[in-house]
Design a binder for this molecule. Structure first.
Ligand code: ADP
Ligand code: MG
Length: 275
């Protein structure tokens, strides 16, 4: 679905922001890309929808090479991008106009346009918000309207580049829930984040460092590599650290990336021990 093959990219001709990236993203998967500031996350994101083209190697999206200008339109309309700042993404003052903006540009006729807007707003939990003003929304709601605008174009892939970075915990949770639901309905989600907890919800996690993929695997595997993650200056979520340390101390626990799983496993163990 998305393939990076030996991708290199430089902004200034000196330093590689992407330095030999190989990445394969399966259709229908929920992928999380983690990495510190300047590790190349946004540069990678922009390669997925041909906003940037590789200086070396190839990026293929839905079997089409991003480097061929003939593919740009197809790729952009199939790989929706949501960025960090909610206020930078909304183009119209009325929500329905904002959500309709993308598909209207794709030439979708009026009656279908209205259906798409209604359906997209429903999918992000904002049904009935058509006539509301975008200015009146919370940050989290704005990001969900931005996602609705992408959904209305019916893309197969949604890329979120630190889309939750400016949201409060409630806004972040709402955004994550929407992404999970979209993924369950078949959409491929690429979530780029520096929040380690968000990685816990993914099928596969890739960690970027200095423009290279430093670590890939399930959240349990990646977040369990505590020493490597620390070397990369990345925080380990509480549950992952505790389960890692308890395992190192010899307790028969699984590696957990969320607190509920850890608590259940620990209670099972403690109750078992008390019998
Ligand atoms: N427009 C730009 N011009 C020059 N250098 C850039 C530009 N955007 C990013 N970079 C550099 O490329 C590297 C990767 O940046 P970026 O992809 O934005 O990282 P991240 O999104 O992980 O913070 C950094 O060293 C950054 O300084
Ligand atoms: Mg970035």
């Amino acid at each position: 679905m998305i393939d990076f093959k030996d991708v290199r990219f430089t902004y200034d001709g000196q330093q590689y922001a992407l330095d030999g990236v190989n990445l394969h993203i399966e259709p229908g998967s929920f992928v999380c890309i983690l990495g510190g500031n300047g590790s190349g996350k946004s540069t990678l994101a922009k390669h997925i929808n041909a906003l940037l083209l590789p200086d070396g190697g190839t990026v293929t999206v839905l079997d089409k090479k991003t480097s061929d200008p003939e593919n740009t339109f197809f790729i952009r309309s199939n790989a929706g991008m949501v960025f960090q700042n909610p206020d930078d993404q909304l183009v119209a003052s009325l929500i329905e106009n904002d959500v309709a903006f993308g598909p209207e540009n794709l030439g979708v006729p009026a009656p279908e346009l209205r259906e798409r807007v209604t359906e997209a707003l429903r999918a992000v939990g904002l049904q009935g918000f058509e006539k509301k003003e975008t200015a009146a929304l919370s940050g989290g709601q704005k990001q969900r309207v931005a996602i609705a605008g992408m959904l209305a174009m019916q893309p197969q892939i949604l890329v979120l580049d630190e889309a939750s970075a400016m949201l409060d915990p409630r806004g972040r949770a709402g955004l994550m829930r929407v992404c999970k639901e979209l993924n369950e309905a078949g959409m491929t989600i690429v979530m780029i984040t520096h929040f380690m907890e968000e990685a816990a919800a993914a099928d596969v996690v890739h960690v970027l460092s200095g423009g290279k993929i430093a670590l890939s695997g399930t959240p349990e595997y990646v977040l369990g590599q505590v020493e490597v993650m620390e070397d990369l200056s990345l925080d380990i979520p509480f549950a992952a650290r505790v389960s890692h340390d308890l395992r190192a101390a010899g307790l028969p626990l699984a590696m957990h990336v969320d607190e509920t799983g850890l608590v259940n496993d620990l209670s099972r163990l403690l109750k078992g021990g008390a019998q």
